[in-house]
Write a protein that binds this ligand. Structure first.
Ligand code: B12
Ligand code: SF4
Length: 553
């Protein structure tokens, strides 16, 4: 009966932002980049693979929406809040519904590394994420009940809708930017009363006590362990979030609940793993981290532990960290023949390397290398990679192409660093600079794929050449790919992006180096030496040495 009249509050997330297909965060990330138009041909229609509970609610949705659900259920009662995917909206939206809250991780696919790739297939291609979000926001049942309900959109990518001027067209009453713990309840109360709402709300970082434990499971068993990061990179939207560590008991409560609801994989979500219960000035608290991993692994039913982000500098300061956190490898979902672990498992963590140019590093992200100096960045990266790889940590690293004011010399320095990482065990994702709202670089121009220089293209495709060589499993696929690339270039690539992409693209197709070395900056032929080499050690500047490091208990 209640279902036919609908729920007072309905919360929804798109399928492509919720799927945990094959437990692969990597696959879900692809949905931000692969073109929707060719999803069927490319075999990526699994993007909509999500699981539904018997009552029609969603089994898992992004963690941010679960936080909102917990806050609203506490205030309005669990029976008045339903969380679902688009296809189930008709089960929950009805005469009694007063507000629909939608989560947006990457609703238009215009953040780092996203529309870039869809663009390769033609100008009219949008990423799967964008198409799926559109399917949610234009659901006919929302229109049908529009006259008696409010539509509120929040989440890390909500800004994209305002940025593209789509708020009015999509009839969204309010866009909520930032952490919503201390505004959500009041906003939804006003919506339920039918009061006019502000078009946009900017939230401040909440107090630690305002962050509720979840009630239901999030996608990939995401459980927050820290929030915020004080390193202050100017391009980063979470740089402004106040840093805090979530208490262990709160974390474990979320883990137990996720497992009770069917998750066997827990993702420890953080801006920087090494900030968890940090000491002064970013000092890693290894005992606390060990306790965290051991406690999570000890929860019955936890089979795998995954991580989100981390930085390189702490690993170089204390190389034993990655050895001591061996559970990150033992419990990892990921396997690769290059791992020396008995089951060939490797720990994967997202690490932002962003540039090899010391000049750009100093200008935009100097806190990232602390306690090392910005000038030591290439050494920190190389040493950190060596330490991680030895312990079977194969990071997924990002670089940003086209930071404001990037010169050819800057790109060459990034290429030099990339060359020195040629034999590393890693995945490297080139992204294009996007001026995210709420960041210090918000007013700068974003990098445009159609305007990349030959050197930037070389950086872009050298990254993918590394990834293909490291992750490719079947030789037959490899040869088809190599032949397909020149065909793509002459049929489409040349028209879309011009000749600057040609030789870099041919490196991706494994053209012989004796041809490429005359056309490209990096020389991959035997005997060519990189400018940078991994140093024996990276000294911490005297004035930045820490008095104490927490001792292992
Ligand atoms: C876990 C995670 C992932 C996981 C899982 C994602 C998922 N769909 O569940 C994986 C690795 C798969 C992933 C992928 C991607 N991610 Co991601 N991800 C994160 C991460 C690390 C944590 C998210 C989280 O749980 N945060 C904690 C919660 C509490 O915060 P929150 O989600 O922002 O929610 C709060 C508010 O936004 C708001 N809110 C959220 N929902 C709603 C709904 C309503 C109605 C309201 C009112 C408010 C509200 O209130 C919440 C509480 O404060 C964040 C970084 C971060 N620390 O936030 C990046 C982040 C969100 N991801 C980001 C990006 C770019 C992506 C990708 C596009 C990356 C790529 N290029 O491939 C893909 C997109 C994948 C997809 N299909 O959508 C960016 C977003 C940038 C932006 N501002 O546009 C972030 C901020 C990372 C970064 N620093 O760049 N991601
Ligand atoms: S270290 Fe990472 S999370 Fe912290 S401010 Fe820089 S980019 Fe953002």
């Amino acid at each position: 009966m209640l279902q036919s009249r609908g729920k007072l509050i309905v919360l929804a997330a798109s399928t492509s932002e919720s799927t945990e297909y094959q437990r692969s965060t990597w696959r879900q990330m692809l949905l931000a980049t692969l073109p929707d138009k060719y999803a069927r041909i490319m075999g990526t229609d699994w993007s909509t693979a999500v699981e539904v509970n018997p009552d029609g609610t969603a089994k898992y949705v992004p963690n941010g929406l679960r936080v909102i659900e917990a806050l609203l259920a506490r205030r309005f009662g669990e029976e008045n809040v339903a969380v679902c995917y688009p296809d189930q909206l008709p089960l929950f939206v009805g005469e009694d519904t007063r507000v629909i809250g939608v989560h947006a991780h990457n609703p238009l696919g215009i953040t780092f590394a996203t529309d870039v790739y869809a663009g390769f297939y033609g100008r009219d291609c949008e990423p799967i994420n964008a198409a799926e979000f559109r399917r949610l926001i234009h659901h006919p049942v929302i229109d049908q009940h529009r006259h008696h309900l409010k539509l509120i959109v929040g989440g890390p990518g909500a800004w994209q809708i305002a940025h593209k001027g789509l708020q009015a067209e999509w009839k969204i009453d309010t866009i909520v930017d930032g952490e919503a713990e201390e505004v959500a309840v009041d906003l939804f109360e006003r919506a339920i009363r039918g009061e006019p709402l502000p078009a946009r709300i900017e939230c401040k970082s909440p107090k630690l006590e305002s962050i509720p434990a979840g009630i239901n499971r999030s996608t990939f068993g995401v459980v927050e362990i820290t929030r915020g990061c004080g390193r202050g990179c100017q391009f980063c939207s979470v740089a402004l979030r106040a840093g805090k560590s979530i208490p262990l008991e709160h974390i474990l409560e979320n883990v137990r609940r996720a497992v009770a609801q069917g998750a066997d994989t827990i993702t420890l979500c953080t801006e920087d793993l090494f900030l968890y219960e940090q000491g002064k000035r970013f000092t890693t608290n290894l005992p606390a981290l060990k306790r965290l991993f051991e406690s999570v692994a000890a929860v019955p039913g936890v089979k795998h532990i995954m991580m989100t982000h981390g930085t390189m500098a702490p690993v170089v300061v204390q190389p034993e960290i990655v050895e001591e956190l061996h559970l990150a490898v033992d419990k990892s979902v990921n396997q690769h023949p290059a791992s020396t672990h008995p089951e060939h498992r490797y720990a994967m963590m997202f690490v932002g390397l962003e540039t090899g140019s010391v000049r750009l590093f100093k200008q935009f992200m100097k806190g990232k290398s602390y306690p090392f100096r910005p000038e030591q960045w290439p050494d920190v990266v190389l040493k950190g990679m060596e330490i991680m790889n030895r312990a079977n940590w194969f990071p997924m690293c990002t670089f940003i192409i086209g930071l404001p004011g990037e010169t050819r010399e800057d790109t060459k320095q990034s290429l030099d660093l990339l060359f020195a990482l040629k034999d590393a065990k890693w995945c490297v994702i080139p992204t294009l600079f996007v001026p995210l709202e709420d960041t210090k670089l918000a007013t700068k121009d974003g990098a445009k794929i159609a305007r990349l220089t030959d050197l930037q293209w070389e950086f872009f495709f050298t990254c993918w050449r590394y990834n293909i060589d490291f992750f490719r499993r079947q030789r037959s696929v490899h040869w088809k790919f190599n032949i397909g690339i020149p065909i793509y270039y002459y049929l489409l690539g040349r028209k879309l992006f011009g000749p600057a992409m040609k030789w870099p693209l041919f490196r991706l197709a494994h053209f012989p180096e004796w041809i490429l070395r005359r056309k490209l900056y990096l020389d991959f032929s035997n005997g060519a030496k990189p400018v940078y080499t991994t140093p024996a050690e990276v000294p911490i500047p005297e004035e930045r040495r820490r008095p104490e490091l927490p001792v292992l208990s």
